[in-house]
Ligand binder design. Structure first.
Ligand code: NZQ
Ligand code: ZN
Length: 397
């Protein structure tokens, strides 16, 4: 196991009706004026935004609101939010929504005190030195942004859409409100995208060369198996509270790094996927359903036993000790079968991606650096990433 430090100070307030506490909690921390950020309308339609605003008024917290965040969030709204936040002197940002809304709020939070372009943080030109605090009300278990130190935003630079991430302790939420009932209104497609994403966050950590990490291995496997079970229960009954609650908590645990400590993590599949969501505006989870199994097929031989262990412990495949590669391949098949049950795409044509765009996707991923490497489990060169994209393009179920 590698040395590590773990500090994720986010306070999680979990359960039915917890959004009613938003104002009281903000007051407890001494905040006076909030910038509420929300998405394309679901929070308005469900009445959630109104309930949150009422709770702020009740607690005497002033508030202004910025709506219209799109999935795969764009920089434009971040600039608008930074201006609003500065003009109105807000002292807290309150995203009410999913990863796109929370990531926009995080970008606004670190953008307000910064004199340059906030996107400098996303191109590694600058490191955040301060931020307006973030408190979240989560409406979709997926990206894990409610407990992560990351934010991902898109900006068009020289005609190319760049989907880049940044990490900073200044964007780790102070508190996050998680009411599983708020997820009853999710369309099945969005629930499924969330399931794929949270599984990917665990698998990016699980596939490692670090030895002696049995505790986090077992945590990864246990949470993955529970996600599969509870996702199927939610698909059978969208108002199954306990299944929704388990998915919601799994989404947070998948990405607040409790499963990732002490191990070298991979993240190649995420970086490859971000080029798909940038180019085709496909949902991040849908892109991952296409890319992750292809990455697994390509890297399988690097550590067959790890893939066989994944197959046996997550999907209950029989371990074939005489031919562990068979078990390993069964695990990848089981994962794809599960994604299919959830109605997720499995190849390029399912998401409207085109094989002839692969050189462009590779340029977006690797830039002009011939030495560019992706991932850690297996260090992938440009030509390896190309093979993974081709596997994803050609897969036939
Ligand atoms: O915009 P509205 O109308 O709210 O609709 C949203 C959106 O269309 C809808 N939705 C959310 N909650 C709902 C609901 N519809 C009905 N009822 C509800 N309760 O769901 C759609 C997707 O929302 P979005 O916020 O885009 O989903 P998600 O949470 O999956 O976030 C995806 C973004 O997060 C990034 C992804 O790349 C992507 O841009 N990620 C962020 C990470 C992080 N910050 O740590 C890590 C991830 O790996 C990921 O990259
Ligand atoms: Zn993700």
């Amino acid at each position: 196991m590698e040395n590590f430090e773990y500090c994720r100070p986010t306070r999680y307030v979990f359960g039915k009706g917890t959004e009613e506490q938003t104002g009281k909690l903000l007051k407890e921390y001494g905040y006076k004026k909030a910038l509420i950020v929300y998405g394309g309308g679901s929070a308005v339609r469900t009445g959630l935004l109104g309930r949150v605003q009422d709770s702020l008024e009740h607690a005497g917290i002033e508030h202004i609101a910025l709506g219209g965040v799109r999935p795969n969030p764009r920089a434009d709204l971040v600039y608008a939010g930074i201006k609003m936040g500065r003009d109105e002197k807000v002292d807290v940002i309150l995203p009410v929504g999913g990863g796109s809304v929370i990531d926009t709020a995080k970008a606004i939070g670190i953008g307000i005190p910064y004199s340059g372009d906030f996107f400098d943080f996303y191109t590694e030109k600058a490191v955040p030195q301060a931020g307006v605090p973030i408190c979240t009300v989560l409406t979709i278990p997926a990206a894990g942004s409610e407990g992560s130190d990351r934010s991902v935003v898109e900006k068009e630079i020289d005609g190319v859409v760049c989907k880049n991430g940044t990490a900073s302790p200044f964007i780790v939420p102070v508190f996050s409100i998680l009411n599983p009932e708020l997820t009853y209104t999710l369309p099945n497609y969005q629930t499924a995208c969330g399931v794929v994403d949270m599984m990917a966050h665990i698998m990016e950590r699980y596939f490692t060369n670090t030895q002696g990490v049995a505790v986090t291995d077992r945590m990864c496997e246990g949470i993955l198996a529970a996600i599969v079970e509870n996702a199927l229960a939610v698909f059978a009954d969208g108002k199954n509270y306990d299944a929704r609650a388990n998915l919601m908590w799994a989404g947070t645990l998948a990405h607040n790094n409790i499963c990732g400590v002490g191990r070298v993590q991979d993240w190649a599949s995420h970086h490859i996927e971000h080029t798909l969501s940038a180019l085709y505006d496909v949902a991040h989870g849908a892109g991952l359903a296409v890319i992750f199994p292809a990455w697994m097929e390509y890297t399988l031989k690097h550590d067959v036993m790890r893939f066989a262990q994944f197959a046996s412990r997550v999907f209950n495949c029989d371990m074939d000790f005489s031919d562990p590669e068979r078990t390993a391949r069964e695990g990848i098949q089981a994962l794809r079968h599960f994604y299919k049950q959830l109605g997720m795409p499995l190849n390029f044509s399912d998401i409207g991606a085109r094989e002839q765009d692969i050189p462009l996707l590779l340029n977006m991923l690797c830039g002009s650096d011939p030495e560019h490497l992706e991932g850690n489990f297996m260090k992938l060169r440009r030509e390896d990433c190309e093979q993974i994209l081709r596997l994803a393009a050609h897969y036939q179920s």
